[in-house]
Design a binder for this molecule. Structure first.
Ligand SMILES: [Zn+2]
Length: 116
């Protein structure tokens, strides 16, 4: 018969509840604020959790920043062009003559294409 009993019973050092490393091998072991259930987490697992949260935050932030935003929208005349388009569409949909708005719209678009 082998006797692992003595060794295991002696090993009452605190362990990380996530990776089960003992407090002797990790840099820092942080305990839960309450006893029920008492849990521990080591600095290595905290670092892993932190990087997971950072990745999720980056994933969530990316579509709004890069994918949805067309580079042309950063043009200084972009908001003016959009306003002209809206004015023209409004005039046309109300059955008015949208020619004046269309002329202004084309002027704005031309300025944008000229890079001014
Ligand atoms: Zn751990």
């Amino acid at each position: 018969m082998f006797s692992r009993r003595t060794r295991q019973q002696k090993d009452d050092s605190l362990r990380c509840s996530f990776c089960h490393k003992s407090q002797d091998v990790v840099g820092k072991l942080i305990s839960s604020p309450s006893d029920y259930p008492r849990a521990y987490i080591c600095n290595e697992c905290i670092a892993v959790c932190g990087s997971i949260l950072d990745e999720e935050r980056a994933d969530a932030a990316e579509p709004a920043d890069s994918a949805a935003r067309h580079p042309l929208l950063d043009h200084p005349l972009a908001s003016e062009l959009i306003a002209r388009v809206e004015a023209w569409v409004r005039a046309e949909s109300l059955g008015q003559d949208g020619l004046d708005e269309l002329v202004r719209l084309r002027k704005t678009a031309k300025s944008m294409m000229a890079g001014r």
